[in-house]
Design a protein around this ligand. Structure first.
Ligand SMILES: [Zn+2]
Ligand SMILES: [Zn+2]
Length: 121
């Protein structure tokens, strides 16, 4: 039996513990990921670390799993580009209206024709 309430509690506890340490998701991301931009592979040091940002893969800033699976470290430029791309991609909407394959089968027709046109003996 799984206990979703227990999982909620664990997540809440982890979040609270992080809050108590004054740790933001950015701090946490910088702890578990190497300081390298995920797009242009630019490396960062403490000196320029503020130019390295944490991107949310699903663009939901409230989605901060403790394992960091929703984060991606990007430099300011690549982060900008990433969001620009998302805006452009999301602007058109739709895209899920690919035409369904016709349910009508041309072979059914052919079969009927053949059936009505038996070869002469
Ligand atoms: Zn970059
Ligand atoms: Zn982002």
């Amino acid at each position: 039996m799984s206990d979703p309430a227990k999982l909620d509690r664990i997540v809440a506890d982890a979040r609270r513990a992080a809050d108590q340490r004054g740790e933001t998701y950015r701090d946490r991301a910088l702890k578990i990921y190497p300081w390298i931009c995920g797009r242009c592979a630019r490396e960062f040091t403490r000196a320029n670390l503020r130019e390295l940002t944490v991107h949310h893969r699903d663009h939901n800033h409230d989605n901060n799993p403790v394992d960091g699976s929703n984060w991606e470290l990007l430099c300011l430029y690549c982060h900008d580009n990433e969001h620009q791309r998302q805006l452009e991609a999301g602007g058109g909407g739709g895209g899920a209206d690919a035409p369904k394959l016709a349910t009508h089968s041309p072979f059914a027709d052919l079969k009927a024709k053949l059936a009505g046109k038996q070869p002469k003996p």
